[in-house]
Design a protein around this ligand. Structure first.
Ligand code: LMR
Length: 390
């Protein structure tokens, strides 16, 4: 059976990690996979995470199963962080998942059970979005979202596309820090998206994977808070990978949000049944860490301080890149006002490969750059190499 299988292409983003590691050149630059790095090129464990882990080591007295729902205290505290006061007024059925990817998969499975057949995805998007949704059995309907040459959101085309969606369709939205473009949406744009989806009877699925990396914890959730209050039902997939630096601990959650408690409850029952036949129960550790941090005022303050520092570092790098690229392409000034780890440079695949072979600068062939992978000291020389391509 196995020998009849066809070989699958490597995941382009994850394969970059291996290529970068194998490159012996000193001064190589990794702008690939979306993990935060500090000025030493290191992905740190948050101080608050270490402190919470110490507390857990002393206090945890069992490794018995968590249950299908996962850690319910984690879910309550995480939902408060994501939904704020708006979320508290709505009914949210949360289920802990293995990372944000697990949340997206459960969301797609639930939508299919609810009768959805199609999901609208603005392009470009994180490449695994389409992969996860198609693997679940949803038809992915792409529409143009961003033009990288002019660095603009194609908002009219987005609304036109969503206005053509049918009742019972799903629409994917990035909560903040759009991956791969970093392009923000204004509150007026969120309001128009909400009106359009509500009018068409489309279920929003909001992917919130970078809360705190854009403008701030509340600011990064403002659009989604508006949206979930404006529609009768929505799904919010949350990742704690970046916001708490828990990448490998696979920590996330899916929230089914409804105005009516009974509807949310039905969603929870189905999400739990879907989890049972997929991975059964989620891993404990990452959620226990988040629960511990969010349940302790001093740890929460320290976590937010460190997160604020990460965001400030990225914003500083954005300023340097925008200034350096001013003379190269005026549109690239937008890098400064884009949010989160990523921006999408208008580079051809050949140019990306040249940067890799000639200068040991690594990024996916889409031209997406993980700005958090840069060190301040190397930013200007990287800019000069981009500029030299023109
Ligand atoms: C990314 O886009 O680089 C991250 O979300 C990591 C991943 O799993 O692809």
């Amino acid at each position: 059976m196995f020998s009849a299988l066809s070989r699958q292409p490597d995941d382009a983003l994850l394969a970059l990690i291996g290529l970068y590691r194998q490159d012996p050149r000193p001064g190589k630059v990794d702008l690939g996979v979306g993990v935060y790095r500090d000025e030493e090129g290191h992905t740190p464990v948050f101080r608050a995470v270490k402190a919470a882990e110490r507390l857990l080591l002393d206090s945890q007295d069992s490794k018995s199963y968590l249950g299908l729902e996962g850690d319910t205290v984690y879910l309550d505290r995480l939902w408060r962080l994501v939904g704020g006061e708006t979320g508290a007024r709505l009914s949210a059925a949360g289920v802990q998942t293995p990372g944000g990817s697990g949340a997206l998969r459960l969301a797609a499975d639930l939508a299919l059970r609810g009768g959805a057949r199609r999901i609208w995805v603005g392009m470009p998007s994180w490449p695994n979005h389409a992969g996860i949704f198609s693997a679940a059995g949803l038809e992915v309907v792409p529409y143009p979202f961003f033009d990288s040459a002019s660095q603009t959101v194609l908002f009219d085309r987005m609304i036109e596309a969503l206005d053509g969606a049918g009742a019972g369709d799903v629409a994917l939205l990035h909560g903040s820090c759009h991956n791969p473009t970093g392009a923000p949406l204004s509150s007026e744009q969120w309001a128009l998206i909400a009106t359009t989806l509500e009018k068409r009877g489309v279920l929003p699925l909001i992917d919130l994977a970078y809360q705190g990396f854009g403008r701030g914890l509340d600011e990064d959730a403002a659009g989604l808070r508006h949206l979930i209050a404006a529609v009768p039902e929505s799904l919010v997939a949350v990742s704690s990978s970046k916001s708490f630096g828990l990448y490998r601990e696979r920590t996330g959650a899916i929230f089914a949000v409804a105005a009516a408690p009974a509807a949310a409850d039905l969603a929870r029952s189905n999400l739990m049944a879907l989890a049972r036949t997929s991975y059964s129960m989620p891993p404990d550790h990452g959620a226990a860490v988040v629960r511990t941090i969010l349940g302790d005022e001093a740890l929460t303050r320290d976590w937010i301080d460190e997160l604020d520092g990460m965001r400030a570092r990225i914003q500083g790098l954005r300023r340097i890149l925008a200034a350096g690229l001013r003379g190269v392409a005026p549109a690239l000034q937008s890098i400064e006002t884009q949010e989160g780890m990523f921006s999408l440079l208008p580079l051809s695949e050949a140019e990306v490969l040249r940067l890799r072979s000639e200068h040991a600068i690594y990024m996916p062939t889409s031209g997406r750059v993980n700005i958090a992978g840069l060190k301040t000291a190397e930013a200007e020389s990287v800019v000069a190499k981009f500029a030299a391509l023109r």
